[in-house]
Design a binder for this molecule. Structure first.
Ligand SMILES: Cc1ncc(COP(=O)(O)O)c(C=O)c1O
Length: 453
């Protein structure tokens, strides 16, 4: 029997050819850090529903869900039809158009704190805009974020997104980095002290269900204390709902928890699987972009509100507003986590699959014999709130992660380095197949000596 990595090289040999070419084109051979894989990435040729197929024809159940952009799975017919129709009518008018109005109205109707909106091309651009608006609104310059929370890759917010959380990011001037405080997550006292001692803070930004869609989870109680603290200190509260928006609930995490931020950043699902982002907030704050604002924020962007993203977004939101996709994706994710944890417990491993809503997060090799993924027979059940955040996100053994991802791919499942997300396309059959793939992969990892008892 070949090892997992030997068989990976055999099964994904057409992908290897492309990886060789990619190596001469891109740093690390990839176009996004998390698509990097050992021994090398897969190359996908097409996708449909919950599945995708590599260039060699290998079928995979896909839990990447387009980095979270695909709430309805790959190629939902209503979006395919709308985009196909629109592409024949023009991809870029260099002008205002009707679709941007309907897109904006649908978003404003769904997101409770939204009164006005400005479109961007990505989530990174949206968080950049939100903090600029906050600086202008408050006349202050510093930003508070939380360790492990990801807000895109620009200079002001990238620090502290992954372990080691306190290291500077190369290429960012120290004077810029000094404008951002990285606080421990879920600790209102640390934030209260900071707000009391630093009068230069313009905004607090966070992922409202926790860092990396709940790898380091947070909850309504923390959100409510943030709302109170920021209001007391006249600091803006920004919810980065790039991933939670329209996924957690039709109105995002703010609707789910009943906590209204001052500004909200959106991307992913709102653009129906095409590129797009936005900032929403009160008319007064958003009007800082207006020509009539004495101290205005200039804003451009070639592809802002382009008709293709707009029509895909409209179709996505028509379905998302019913609440049915979120119920399905959340329910199937809960079943998936349970099925995978049963496999983990049957094998007696110190692994766990966890998360809330439609998230699948994993932690491999946590090293605590007294903790099981699900069991209650005298052994504690895993609860991420009992763990220090440094033991959660990015804390899995890299060797286990590499073998898990490679082994699952061999057995027909593609997870992200941290787990993944579900969509309306995922079925109970997918769950059963994924649990079977995990069981086989763990068996192979034992045979390879990667897991030792
Ligand atoms: C919460 C959050 N904010 C911002 C971003 C950045 O968005 P984009 O990749 O569209 O720039 C992401 C992307 O994963 C995200 O998850």
């Amino acid at each position: 029997m070949p090892t997992i990595l030997e068989q990976y090289r055999q099964t994904f040999s057409p992908d290897f050819q492309l990886k060789q070419q990619a190596q001469s084109l891109f740093p690390d051979g990839v176009t996004h850090d998390i698509r990097y894989a050992d021994p090398y990435p897969i190359y996908v040729d097409r996708a449909q529903g919950s599945r995708k197929w590599t260039v060699g024809g290998h079928e995979l159940i896909d839990y990447w869900s387009g980095h979270g952009a695909l709430l309805l799975g790959h190629n939902p017919p209503n979006i395919v039809e709308a985009v196909t129709r629109q592409i024949q009518r023009g991809t870029h008018y260099g002008a205002c158009h009707r679709l941007e109005l309907e897109w904006a109205e649908r978003i404003i109707d769904l997101v409770p704190s939204a009164e006005h909106i400005r479109f961007t091309n990505s989530g990174t651009e949206a968080t950049q805009m939100a903090i600029r608006l906050a600086r202008l609104w408050t006349g202050k310059n510093k930003i508070v974020k939380f360790a492990g929370h990801f807000h895109g890759w620009h200079d002001s917010l990238i620090q502290g997104y992954s372990p080691p959380y306190d290291q500077p990011i190369a290429g960012i001037p120290p004077s810029t980095a000094a404008m951002t405080h990285v606080c421990p997550p879920n600790d209102p006292e640390v934030l209260a002290d900071l707000l009391a001692t630093d009068s230069q803070i313009a905004a607090v930004i966070l992922e409202p269900t926790g860092g990396s869609f709940g790898a380091i989870p947070t909850n309504g109680e923390f959100l409510r204390s943030l709302r109170q603290l920021t209001s007391e200190h006249r600091v803006l509260l920004i919810f980065d709902e790039v991933i939670t928006g329209f996924r957690v609930a039709p109105g995002g995490a703010q609707a789910h928890y009943g906590v209204w931020p001052d500004l909200t950043t959106l991307a992913k699902i709102m653009a129906g699987g095409l590129p797009g982002g936005a900032v929403v907030g009160s008319v007064e704050i958003m009007n800082l972009i207006s020509k009539n604002s004495p101290q205005r924020m200039p804003h451009q962007g070639t592809f802002n509100a382009n008709p293709l993203s707009a029509c895909a977004g409209i179709e996505m939101l028509k379905v998302a507003q019913t609440g049915q996709p979120q119920s399905h994706a959340n329910r199937i994710a809960a079943q998936l986590r349970q099925a995978l944890n049963s496999v983990v417990d049957q094998h007696g491993l110190d692994w766990v699959f966890y998360g809330e809503f439609s998230a699948l997060r994993f932690l491999l090799g946590h090293g605590r014999a007294d903790i099981r993924a699900t069991s209650t027979d005298g052994i504690s059940k895993f609860d991420p709130y009992d763990w220090d955040y440094r033991q959660l996100k990015g804390a899995s053994s890299p060797e286990l992660e590499t073998h898990l991802q490679a082994g699952l791919r061999l057995h027909g499942v593609d997870m992200t380095p941290g787990g993944g997300m579900t969509s309306t396309a995922h079925t109970e059959e997918d769950i059963a197949l994924t649990a079977e793939a995990l069981d086989k992969t763990i068996g192979r990892m034992r045979a390879d000596g990667v897991i030792t008892d």
